[in-house]
Design a protein around this ligand. Structure first.
Ligand code: SAJ
Length: 413
């Protein structure tokens, strides 16, 4: 089939490349001309293991190309962002723009799959928008009008393992009709070796949100324990390790907060859909979002006792061993520290990036440095991300015992 993948980001581009590798003729569509040009050169504008070789191979074979306008196709996959607005309500503007791009291209008989993580009802909303522009089509052949098949198939790949998990993960496919679900299943069966499970669109939307909320609630439990343990003067890491010896207890790890583009966002879609009922889910979000502020308070309190304090902050990414700074609590913490401690010098150690993000680079008192230099000069060391480099470091050589240490990940306890 010819497939148009709309949105060439962290999900759309890998999906486009994998489909092309498995025999589809793929056109990637993106509003960003620089992204389109990069893909057409066989390049990838972000870091994801094994993606660039897949993209450059598919482009070289003529199976993948990119454009800024939605072309005609048999299948349309929508993989655009679904951010939230200021008050945590989902913003469907990108999905609506994708629908508006698809509508004029339809001849009847096509499949449109929404992959973006979406609030309950978004797939129906997308379909209604297309059909409003194309009243000559229908979802089920009513009045003999040609059919448009619409389904939701949420992505569930872990950044850093996308090229593996795209192929090996099980997938949920929710159709607005049973036939749409079957057609979407046939599409994903081209490359997916996992089980492909069929349901309706709203259940599929909720399943994805529930997976990430489950993780958020469990991380919130660990984060709340870390605050309680601090108050009681006990070591939260030891506490969790001991409790986890129980055969039915498996507490996650506390940290400086929850980052990334998914777990910190998706639970709000459930809260927005059922504000009265989603009490635990809302509270978990609040507990996790409060964590960066508590870390800042702790560091400020310790640094203020020193004259001209030097602070080394280890890690800026939102989780270990990646370069992804999106919604990173560490990044927010550094910004807030620089503001709260204008007299302090803050050395950031982030082995996965080459320059600081703009809002930190602008600050006169923040610099990017190597681990050894930063720690040697520091009075206060704040460990925010458990990168392999930090886990492997020799604490004696770094003289960590002589520093004021705030270890939010329990790496050097
Ligand atoms: N974190 C902790 N403690 C833990 C585990 C994680 O503080 O014990 C923090 C991390 O440091 C990070 C955040 O949580 O800041 C999220 O990291 P993650 O590794 O849990 O998840 P993501 O955001 O990289 O990917 C998640 C995955 N969802 C689940 O594991 C349920 C992935 O499978 C999804 O595809 C992805 O969200 C998505 O795109 O929705």
């Amino acid at each position: 089939p010819t497939v148009a993948v709309i949105g060439l980001g962290y999900i759309g581009l890998p999906t486009a490349a994998v489909l092309a590798m498995h025999g589809a003729d793929v056109v990637g569509v993106d509003v960003n001309a620089a992204t389109v040009d990069a893909v057409n050169r066989g390049e990838v504008p972000f870091v994801e293991p094994d993606l660039e070789i897949a993209v450059s191979g598919a482009v070289a074979q003529g199976r993948l190309r990119a454009e800024t306008k939605t072309p005609e196709a048999d299948v349309f996959i929508v993989a655009v962002p679904t951010p939230f607005t200021g008050d945590h309500a989902p913003d469907l503007a990108y999905i609506e723009a994708a629908a508006d791009g698809i509508a004029p291209r339809l001849r009847g008989g096509e499949l449109v799959v929404l992959e973006s993580t979406s609030p309950p009802g978004a797939t129906r909303h997308m379909a209604d928008r297309i059909l409003a522009a194309r009243p000559d089509l229908s979802l089920d052949g009513t009045d003999g009008r040609p059919v448009l098949h619409v389904a939701h198939c949420p992505e569930r790949v872990l950044p850093g393992r996308v090229m593996i998990e795209l192929v090996t993960n099980d997938r949920i496919v929710g159709g607005l009709t049973a036939e749409a679900a079957e057609r979407a299943k046939a599409l994903y069966a081209m490359f997916c070796q996992g089980e492909i499970m069929l349901t309706d669109a709203v259940t599929a939307e909720m399943a994805k949100l529930v997976e990430n909320s489950y993780r958020d609630v469990n991380i919130a439990f660990a984060n709340e324990l870390s605050v309680i343990a601090d108050k009681l003067g006990i070591d939260v890491w030891e506490l969790i390790e001991l409790a986890n010896h129980h055969p039915r207890v498996n507490i996650l790890q506390p940290g400086p907060g929850v980052g990334g583009h998914c777990i910190a966002v998706d639970p709000w879609f459930i809260v927005d859909a059922a504000p009265q009922e989603a009490r635990l889910i809302r509270t978990a979000r609040e507990v996790n979002d409060a964590k960066p502020g508590l870390v800042v308070e702790k560091v400020v309190e310790k640094a203020r006792r020193l004259r001209d304090p030097r602070v080394a902050v280890l890690g800026l990414a939102f989780k270990p061993d990646i370069d992804d700074l999106r919604e990173s609590p560490a990044r927010a913490i550094v910004g807030r520290l620089a503001e709260a401690l204008p007299e302090a010098r803050i050395a950031v150690v982030e082995p996965h990036i080459e320059r600081l993000p703009p809002e930190l680079a602008e600050r006169g008192n923040v610099s990017l440095e190597a681990l050894g230099t930063a720690v040697a000069a520091a009075d206060v060391v704040v460990l925010l991300v458990d990168h392999a480099q930090f886990r492997a470091a020799d604490v004696r050589e770094l003289r960590i015992a002589e520093k004021v240490l705030v270890d939010t990940r329990g790496v050097w306890r």
